[in-house]
Design a protein around this ligand. Structure first.
Ligand code: NAP
Length: 231
């Protein structure tokens, strides 16, 4: 069955490639970005004029979220991927991390995914068996933290994991599945050129995980290969 998919942070990196993958699969995609005229999205719009809709969305701005939700109206959404994220604190240390950077990462990585999902809850419920993919990171896992450091990014994704589990429980009665995802260490602006995998490998794997996600997977944490991760 063709799906309706809504993806945040679709201007580049993993979000842009997920947009591409769902379009190739014949799905209707709402690609949301702060700059919906971004080069990669404009190229996809040329290739998929009928199945791609570009939406302006800054996930930290309540008015922007409200406007995006109004643009969709009652449109059912089968899959919402909260992909937008930042790692502004990269290379900061215990001694150099500042409070404003930490708060910014929390706003984008932990709080905004809840706000966006809440705004689209009726659309997910309308789909019958909606799925929410929360783009977390293995860096938010306590069980996997062997190297320390990265206080604010790690804690922002750990908070997102907590949000994902609560939301999985709260939305179960509505038939909505919520999973936390680790995309791998991916060659993007965030992951850098030395990352282990490219965006195509990551997005292909994530799509496979999301395509088979249902109530049995809700409230769990998976990487792009489908392996379950420790919290
Ligand atoms: P990226 O290349 O830096 O892209 C980040 C995306 O998030 C961009 O589209 C950016 O939009 C968007 N974004 C940032 N702040 C936003 C806001 N306030 N509103 C709307 N969009 C916003 O990063 P990526 O590697 O593709 O990462 C995607 C997700 O995967 C993130 O959640 C990240 O934490 C997670 N992740 C990545 C890796 C990795 O190795 N790459 C590993 C683990 C987890 P603009 O173009 O407007 O800035």
């Amino acid at each position: 069955m063709n799906k309706t998919v809504f993806i945040t942070g679709a201007s580049r990196g993993i979000g842009l490639e997920l947009t591409h993958q769902y379009l190739m699969g014949g799905d209707q995609v709402f690609a949301a970005a702060r700059n919906p005229d971004a080069q990669g999205l404009a190229a996809l719009k040329k290739e998929y004029p009928d199945s791609l809709t570009l939406i302006a969305l800054d996930v930290t701005d309540p008015a922007s979220i409200e406007k995006a939700a109004a643009a969709l109206g009652a449109q059912p959404i089968h899959l919402l991927i909260n992909n937008a994220g930042i790692f502004k604190s990269k290379r900061t240390e215990l001694e150099t991390l500042d409070e404003s950077t930490w708060l910014e990462e929390f706003r984008v990585n932990s709080i905004s995914p809840l706000m966006v999902t809440r705004a689209f809850k009726a659309n997910l419920v309308a789909a019958g068996s909606g799925v929410v993919g929360m783009m977390s990171s293995k860096m938010g896992s306590m069980g996997d933290n062997t190297s320390g450091g990265d206080y604010s990014y790690r804690s922002s994704k750990a908070a997102l994991n907590a949000v994902s589990v609560s939301m999985a429980k709260d939305l179960a009665q509505d038939g909505v599945t919520v999973v936390a995802l680790h995309p791998g260490w991916v060659q993007t602006d965030m992951g850098g050129p030395n990352a282990l995998i490219d965006v195509v490998t990551s997005a292909t794997g994530l799509k496979a995980v999301l395509d088979r996600a249902g109530p049995g997977e809700s409230g769990r944490f998976f990487d792009y290969s489908g392996a379950a991760l420790p919290w």
